[in-house]
Ligand binder design. Structure first.
Ligand SMILES: NC(=O)C1=CN([C@@H]2O[C@H](COP(=O)(O)OP(=O)(O)OC[C@H]3O[C@@H](n4cnc5c(N)ncnc54)[C@H](OP(=O)(O)O)[C@@H]3O)[C@@H](O)[C@H]2O)C=CC1
Ligand SMILES: CC(C)=CCC[C@@H](C)[C@H]1CC=C2C3=C(CC[C@@]21C)[C@@]1(C)CC[C@H](O)C(C)(C)[C@@H]1CC3
Length: 431
């Protein structure tokens, strides 16, 4: 009884503006996911910005509209997909990799087979499309709103289960998720690493059911456009480009699965509604907005625009990958570029040259550049397809501040020294 408060101290400060902010995001994320669909879809006749709000508010009064959010077939397919991800995790072979040291001194081990799960899902999907044609894989586009509802229900169930599960004796809570306020703890995540046996719920959700589904949603968008326009040969260059960019990003994340074990979401945050809805709903159904838009608003870019956008994305990808590799190699004990560093009092080393000497989050810069490159293929008819860029820049600016606070706590005056050596947060010489 006495040890419990030491292991799981009460959280005394709030992030995200406390319980009101947590409530707003909890209700806002599902609403915005629907809003982005109804505000910009073929069903609503396109996406003229002025009509978006009035159209949505008018629909709210209609009971038929509410009924239309539910699609039993989509829910069953979603459940089958979720089961496929769990079964793949369980049966596909994978190396066991250790995560970082927890504050109890223990280390968790994780099974690395997200990339094989992706490869299997992709092979089955592409095989099916090859055999039965593009029209066989348009259901993610056709039943989009039904899938959104299914994913929201899954997010609520997952977060509720993890919140309740966190009250069992001996659970290790997140330092930021034990305020005692239900709304806040449910949102931010109470337990640090909820798991059932060796099945780690948080890492599973972070990169499997939602991230892989995002790639499948994009493929479905290509199939939907191919069906409308008379074959894959007629699919627009803009949509191929979005599939290539986003597919490449997803592949990179899954291939480098073990990199996530050092990320804030895994090391510091609990698993609550924020990550559940982010992983299961927001990533597959909002990050795919550009591809979905291009189905009903085809854009032909031509070689000059393609070259310019490809170059832009390549610059972002280069920064993102080289910055992440420099840090991840270094954290694994390697320093192939012989970069400068200093050793903190805790014994951990911090890089001070290369990308990590240019800004404190150079990888975010690469990610933001790529976000813009994914929206540019949609042209300039609507600002809605640029929502992702604005949201993402906001997310990363906020994330940078949260990470700075965590590092201040972790490294104390050594972090202040690092901040003096590397004063820029994200963009060297600018911010
Ligand atoms: N697409 C999306 O929606 C999202 C993408 N991302 C992407 O995920 C990737 C990972 O992001 P994220 O986890 O937020 O943060 P980072 O990969 O930037 O990791 C931050 C951590 O790196 C370590 N670190 C900081 N400075 C140094 C240094 N100089 N030398 C060595 N280690 C250092 C610290 O942890 P420690 O010292 O403990 O190792 C710090 O907490 C990014 O590329 C980001 O853009 C992130 C969020 C959402
Ligand atoms: C709107 C809302 C509730 C936001 C919550 C934030 C989440 C959407 C993001 C928090 C961290 C994320 C990461 C990825 C996706 C978005 C969320 C879940 C990520 C899986 C995307 C691919 C990357 O390569 C990544 C693996 C590094 C990344 C991890 C963090």
């Amino acid at each position: 009884m006495e040890k419990q408060p030491l292991l799981n101290p009460r959280t005394t400060s709030y992030e995200f503006l406390g319980p009101p902010g947590a409530l707003l995001i909890t209700l806002g994320v599902p609403s915005l996911t629907y809003g982005l669909y109804f505000g910009c879809s073929e069903e609503s006749g396109g996406c003229p910005p002025k009509l978006v709000l009035s159209r949505i508010f008018l629909s709210l009064a209609d009971p038929e509209w509410w009924k239309g959010l539910w699609d039993a077939q989509a829910a069953l397919i979603y459940l089958a997909w979720y089961t496929f991800c769990i079964v793949s995790w369980a049966i596909l072979p994978g190396e066991r990799v250790e995560g970082t040291t927890l504050r109890t001194g223990a280390k968790k081990t994780y099974k690395i087979n997200a990339f094989s799960t992706f490869s299997l899902a992709l092979s089955l999907t592409l095989g099916g499309i090859y055999l039965y044609g593009p029209q066989s894989f348009t259901f993610l586009y056709d039943k989009f709103v039904g899938f959104v509802t299914a994913a929201i229900i899954a997010s609520v169930c997952q977060a509720t289960f993890c919140y309740a599960f966190s009250f069992r004796p001996g659970s290790l809570l997140a330092l930021g998720g034990n305020t005692g306020n239900f709304v806040y703890d449910f949102f931010i995540g109470r337990e640090l690493n909820p798991s059932i046996g060796s099945f780690d719920i948080k890492t599973f959700h972070e990169i499997r059911p939602g991230l892989i589904l995002w790639a499948l949603v994009d493929i479905s968008m290509v199939c939907a456009q191919a069906t409308r326009r008379g074959g894959f040969g007629k699919v627009t260059d803009s949509l191929w480009l979005v599939l290539l960019f986003q597919g490449g990003y997803i592949t990179d994340s899954l291939y480098n699965e073990s990199d996530i074990f050092r990320q804030m979401d895994i090391t510091t945050d609990g698993f609550g509604f924020m990550l559940a809805v982010g992983d299961l709903t927001w990533v597959p159904f909002v990050y795919s907005l550009q591809a979905r838009y291009l189905v009903f608003n085809p854009v032909e870019l031509g070689p000059v625009w393609i070259a310019a956008i490809v170059l832009f994305n390549a610059a972002g990808l280069y920064i993102f990958r080289t910055a992440n590799s420099e840090k991840n190699d270094f954290r694994r004990g390697a320093n192939p570029k012989n970069l400068e560093f200093f050793t903190t009092e805790s014994g951990t080393k911090l890089l001070t040259s290369g990308w990590w000497g240019a800004s404190r989050h150079p990888n975010y810069l690469g990610d933001i550049l790529m976000a813009l490159a994914w929206s540019l293929p949609t042209g300039f008819d609507t600002p809605i397809t640029y929502f992702y860029v604005v949201y993402f820049a906001g997310l990363l600016i906020h994330r940078q501040r949260r990470d700075d606070e965590n590092c201040k706590r972790k490294y104390g005056k050594d972090w202040k020294k690092y901040m003096e050596l590397v004063p820029y947060r994200i963009i060297p010489y600018v911010y």
